[in-house]
Design a binder for this molecule. Structure first.
Ligand code: GAP
Length: 407
């Protein structure tokens, strides 16, 4: 383990957890009833962050490509899916006394005697596999092609821990990429590159990302090769995402095949699976973005999110909230049009300007726009940059373009 559990690191984790609660990103689940271990509730800024990451992921892995199809399968599936996939027999962790405990969440579908035992999906992947034929019949894709899905997954983890790192309810973003067997090494390498590229794109500290070749005894039951992308979290170097070569294991078990119409042959495609946990992505992003800077004896903390990912792209302030002319201008000529265009725009008129900047820094707002007395004369505003603290004067009519150029 490369990162030691030093006091400094546990302090960093405490700071992140506390900031997430105080500033409305992430709360402990069911807190007013004493909580529920392994569950978290997401506040306004947390949801915004999640949405930005998901949109970015979908754009990169689905919308910008010609070989990808989307999927949104049901969370509760026929229990036969989980028998065929091997999860009923093998998706277990050892308890403290060494017994095997299947971590799938059980539920009952239907009423009374008629009800059947079922499970909440422990991975989104199976929703993709069982719809393989539906997707092929609807879109007639040629190999290689992929199906992508993001959504909730559930695991009754024996020891949920480390904030949102190991939860019982979490979100996955997965691609199942269908290929010919002989191409598996080529596409494994290709997806390794795509995953690394995406991590960099969303703003992870790539110096904290490491690759681990998972050994024979440690891989999931379906995998012939796995790389774990690990991240230096404050509590140690731990799995962030996984890349697996699932062979034809799943399609074989579900008795699904592919007809190559041009070649007139039936084959069972093999699968490369890049699997990314949304919650772990967000935790790694928070760790990467959290900055502290000492200036004139005062510590300024800020989240250095990329503008494309930040929950708030800009905050708009009238210099003084008791000057109706400033408030009116800021509200109608700056805030309203930016809000209509970008959505994630905040109004902040509380306290003095310095306090507003600190508050926006803490949630990672890259730009603070201030309407002052000069604005009323020359229709320009001040834009203050989160990372450098530098300010520039920009024309109000150019604001939309200014922001667009930066996301
Ligand atoms: N379909 C493959 C699969 O589910 P996995 O390694 O078990 O593989 C994939 O999970 C990813 O899901 C992990 O790399 C991690 O990002 C995320 N993940 C898994 N269990 C999690 C948990 N209990 N809490 C939060 N994220 C989790």
């Amino acid at each position: 383990m490369k990162t030691k559990n030093t006091n400094e690191n546990s302090e960093l984790m405490e700071k992140i957890v506390s900031l997430c609660k105080r500033r409305g990103f992430i709360f402990h689940g069911s807190e007013v009833y004493g909580g529920l271990a392994g569950t978290f509730d997401w506040g306004h800024f947390g949801v915004a962050l999640k949405n930005n990451i998901k949109q970015n992921w979908w754009k990169k892995f689905v919308d910008s490509r010609r070989d990808m199809y989307g999927m949104d399968a049901a969370i509760i599936m026929n229990p036969k899916v989980w028998e065929a996939s091997g999860h009923v027999a093998g998706f277990s962790d050892p308890t403290e006394d060494g017994k095997q405990f299947n971590v799938m969440f059980k539920t009952h579908v239907g009423a009374g005697e008629e009800s059947t035992l079922s499970y909440l999906r422990p991975e989104t992947a199976q929703g993709i596999f069982v719809n393989f034929k539906n997707t092929v019949d609807a879109f007639h894709p040629k190999l290689p092609f992929g199906i992508a899905q993001m959504g909730k997954a559930f695991r009754n983890e024996i020891a949920p821990r480390d904030f949102i790192f190991r939860q019982r309810e979490f979100e996955q973003m997965e691609v199942e990429y269908f290929i010919r067997q002989e191409d598996w090494e080529k596409y494994f390498e290709y997806w390794r590159g795509e995953m690394l590229e995406w991590m960099e794109e969303i703003g992870l500290d790539m110096g904290k990302v490491h690759e681990l070749e998972v050994g024979d005894g440690d891989r999931a039951h379906y995998s012939k090769r796995t790389i774990d992308f690990e991240f230096d979290f404050p509590f140690g170097q731990k799995e962030l995402f996984g890349l697996a070569y699932r062979t034809a294991f799943d399609l074989n078990n579900h008795k699904l095949e592919y007809v190559d119409e041009e070649k007139g042959e039936k084959i069972v495609p093999h699968v490369i699976e890049p699997s990314m946990g949304l919650d772990r992505a967000i935790l790694a992003l928070l760790v990467s973005a959290y900055m502290e800077e000492e200036k004139e004896g005062e510590v300024r903390s800020y989240l250095k999110f990329k503008p494309s990912i930040a929950p708030v792209i800009c905050a708009v302030s009238p210099l003084l909230k008791n000057k109706p002319d400033l408030v009116e201008y800021a509200n109608t000529k700056v805030f309203a049009p930016l809000k209509a265009e970008f959505g994630r725009v905040a109004w902040d008129d509380n306290g003095n300007i310095g306090k507003r900047y600190r508050r926006q820094d803490e949630v990672g707002t890259p730009y603070c726009i201030v309407v002052d007395f000069d604005t009323l004369e020359d229709d320009t505003v001040t834009i203050r940059d989160r990372d450098t603290g530098s300010q520039e004067r920009v024309k109000v009519i150019d604001l939309e373009k200014y922001i667009k150029d930066r996301i």
